[in-house]
Write a protein that binds this ligand. Sequence first.
Ligand code: NAD
Ligand code: DAU
Length: 341
Amino acid sequence: MHLLVTGGCGFIGSNFIQHMLAAHQDAVIVNLDKLTYAGNRRNLAEVESLFLGRRYHFVHGDICDQTLVPELLGRFPFDAVLNFAAESHVDRSISDPFPFVTTNVLGTQNLLEAARQAEIPRFVHISTDEVYGSLGPTGQFTEDTPLAPNSPYSASKASSDLLARAYFHTYAMPVIVTRCSNNYGPYQFPEKLVPLVYLKASRNEAIPVYGDGQNVRDWIHVMDHCRGVEAALLKGTPGAVYNFGGDAERTNLEVVRTILKLSGKSEDLISFVADRPGHDRRYAMAYARSTADLGWTPRQSFEDGMASTLAWYTSNGAWLDEVQSGAYRQFMDKWYRTRQA
Ligand code: NAD
Ligand code: DAU
């Protein structure tokens, strides 16, 4: 099974590659990654030491590259493309939406077109619950919930989902879209809530909670998401959308308190700051279709998954030190300077 994985040096892509190479002895994976601030080859150091040049190949490049992508698709007999590559952080999309439109929309379009020309038999596009917009106090998103994205990030992801849909309907291309709730786990860049809170707590720094802290997200361990993408790849119906959720709705304040408790730190570190503009209030995912069609359910409880995740960050301090240097530091310092309430 030859797979082109894009964005494989990021958080979810690197977990997915590790999982697939371990679970499928016949898997050969080519990872196309631009190595933005969020991509780190070190996430796949073990994979490189075991498989580089044999079952794993790395290509440093951009999914928007209209020469490289078609050429790459002709280099191996690919059975599928899995598109994880994206600009993924909502706050950054508010500061500067342009890279989000470039990579998430134009990059996906470039991949879809190249995969169509190369007649790749499967294209799995990795998307998000944020395309559905915001829920009130009750209800859940299903795959039939109308798209109503509210941030430049989610608008760019919804746009790419619609291009994927159009390629299925117009060209009968075997495209599958997966949408998942908030992931946590190893190798997540510490701009996202969970590793950010862990890092700040470990340094006894103030932890910024946006608005009143009552926004609700559904949390899922990254490996449950990876198993869902794997099931969609192997068993999904072309043209279908599949939701993945973690059955773990929590307010942001509850998440922060859980991390502080597991880290043995005081809640006095919590600092309420100005709200994120256009901040979606609540997400919740119904995933009955994924259970019925793919046999998928999440396995990790929030409490166990969070404890093992924090243990991973504790034993991987060198990784955290590395990724938070340079561009990360400059961006976050500027961001917080402008946001303190
Ligand atoms: P991430 O930001 O950690 O990683 C993104 C990766 O894509 C990085 O390795 C980066 O270098 C690469 N990349 C960015 N632009 C590129 C380009 N133009 N060409 C090639 N590579 C490029 O993101 P993540 O959290 O791992 O998210 C992966 C995918 O899953 C995204 O599509 C995201 O929208 C989706 N998703 C994420 C979550 C979540 O909670 N993190 C939830 C649902 C869906
Ligand atoms: O729902 C899936 C999405 O989850 C993915 O599509 C995105 O790629 C991913 O980044 C994530 O988006 P969020 O905006 O939900 O994640 P983030 O970790 O940035 O924020 C989670 C919640 O915590 C959100 O309500 C904002 C809040 N927050 C975040 C940060 C970084 C804070 O209160 N303080 C913070 O410092």
